[in-house]
Structures are given as C-alpha cells and as structure tokens.
Design a protein around this ligand. Structure first.
Ligand SMILES: Nc1ncnc2c1ncn2[C@@H]1O[C@H](COP(=O)(O)OP(=O)(O)OP(=O)(O)O)[C@@H](O)[C@H]1O
Ligand SMILES: [Mg+2]
Length: 251
C-alpha cells in the first residue's frame, strides 16, 4: 500500500505539487489525469525520490521512503519515464537488465528474463537484443522502457505517460500488449496521463489534477455522475460516449 500525506513541491515561486494526499491499495491501478503542467511528473518522481518533496510524507507498505536509501527503494519500484529515458549507450539488452544487474542476479537468470520480456512486448530478441535505442522506433523504445521497468518484477510500477508521444495506431498496439502482460497481475500501478480515454481504460480509480492539486478522486463514472466542480464537468464534457464505448467493449 502506498500512502501519500500532504506532500508539496515548489519550484521558484510556483507550487508544482500543492498539498496532495492519497492512498493506493495493494494491487490497485490508479491513474492521475491532468493537463500539461498540472504536476503529474513531479508527483510521480517524488514517490521514488527522484525529487524530494518540500514537506509531507510518503509510506510504502508502512515504511517511510526517506528511511530507505534511494537506490534500495527504487529496486522495488519500476519506473517508466516520460519520453522513455533509455540509456543511449547501452544496448537494448543492457537497458532492460539494469535493475537485475544492480540486484546481483547472475547471467543465467538475467538472459532468459530479458528475452522473455522482449518476446512478450514484441521486440524480436534476435533483431534487437544488441541494438541501441536510436535504432528503434519511438513505439519500440516505449516497449523497451516498459520491459526495463518490469525486469526485476517490482511490486510497484510508476508510469509517466508511457503511451504518450505515439501515433494513435502505435499507441493502441503498445497498450494492448502491455495490458496482456501477466506480469501486471497483483502489481500496484500509478500511471499519469493527460489522455481521458487512457484513464478510462486502465484505472480502477482516477485522480483528476489541476494546478498541483487533486480536484476529484473516484471511479471513472463518478467523474460524470458526481463532478465535484465545474472544472471536472468541463474536463469530461463530451467524453461520456468514449467511456460507454469502452465499458461495452470490455464485456
Ligand atoms: N525542475 C523544475 N524546475 C522548475 N520548474 C519545474 C521543474 N519541474 C517542473 N516544473 C514546473 O512544475 C509544474 C509541473 O510540472 P510537471 O512536469 O510535474 O507537469 P506535468 O503534469 O507532468 O506536465 P506534462 O503533461 O507536460 O508532462 C510546471 O509548471 C513546470 O514548469
Ligand atoms: Mg509530465
């Protein structure tokens, strides 16, 4: 379980994250939805200590994250970066194997793990194992970013617009393969996006953010049925048909 209590982060005079609190249950998939600049990346980075909050507290399974060394903390948290964040001078294999190596897995364990993830994410190993990120398309790089985050099978996954910056067709295909991964079962996932449809597709619960704050939290349908403010109403205006379409296609 992840408990976030009253965290804030100010850059210069600007509150990027402004007194945010929430709880994510074990195995729950939540989506933080908000426009550009609403504080999504800042929030996500604070959960694995890429950014330290100015105040507040974050607990994972009852333990404050500041009581753990950042590198230890991050071994239990897969992180998919906005714009994938692959190391350009590492091959695809080396990129995916980063955390297992840090954890001291031996070669006999790392190699099959990398190959199995590449196969599941439709990156033919024979072709791409020894390639470098710039030899891959954007969609393939996103797939590598996801494989890397999952490599050591962490209980928590933080995903920053993992399907952003892709054309709609590629996005649908990466997302489909992602959703089918058996690895995801029982993982606690926090995903951030500006895409309403993506939030409907992936969220057990949505948190709508604006100006560094959570404006509303609830199930996807609550956003239509019980909008907390005019902003929420406007944000989801005209989106109901997407939600209904998605709901029907699930059953
Ligand atoms: N390192 C930084 N220094 C100064 N300001 C920053 C820094 N990082 C973020 N900000 C500011 O904090 C606010 C929130 O940024 P953040 O990157 O968290 O937004 P976001 O919701 O992830 O946006 P996007 O959807 O465009 O990725 C923005 O106004 C941004 O300019
Ligand atoms: Mg961002």
């Amino acid at each position: 379980m992840i408990v976030v209590k009253n965290i804030s982060k100010r850059f210069n005079m600007h509150n990027a994250v402004d007194n945010i609190s929430f709880t994510v249950g074990q195995g729950e998939n939540v989506v933080f939805l908000g426009t550009s600049g609403s504080g999504k990346t800042t929030l996500l980075k604070m959960i694995n200590r890429l950014i330290e909050p100015d105040c507040g507290e974050i607990l994972i399974d009852g333990r404050s994250i500041v009581d753990q060394r950042p590198e230890h903390l991050r071994r239990g948290i897969g992180y998919v970066f906005q714009n994938n964040g692959l190391f350009p001078h590492y091959t695809i294999e080396e990129n995916i194997a980063i955390v297992p190596r840090l954890l001291g897995w031996n070669r006999d364990r790392i190699a099959p793990r990398v190959i199995s993830l590449m196969e599941k994410l439709r990156l033919p190993p024979a072709q791409y194992l020894n390639a470098y990120p710039n030899e891959l398309s954007g969609g393939q790089q996103q797939r590598v970013g996801i494989a890397r985050a999952l490599a050591a099978d962490p209980p928590v996954l933080l995903m920053d617009e993992p399907f952003g910056a892709l054309d709609p067709i590629t996005r649908a295909s990466v997302k489909k393969d992602f959703k089918e991964l058996d690895e995801l079962r029982s993982k606690t996932i926090i995903l951030v996006t500006h895409d309403v449809q993506e939030a409907f597709e992936l969220a057990d619960r949505i948190f709508l953010m604006d100006g560094g704050r959570i404006i509303q939290e609830g199930k996807p349908e609550d956003m239509f049925d019980r909008p907390a403010t005019q902003y929420v109403k406007d944000f989801f205006e005209g989106q109901r048909y997407i939600f209904d379409h998605f709901k029907n296609s699930q059953h």
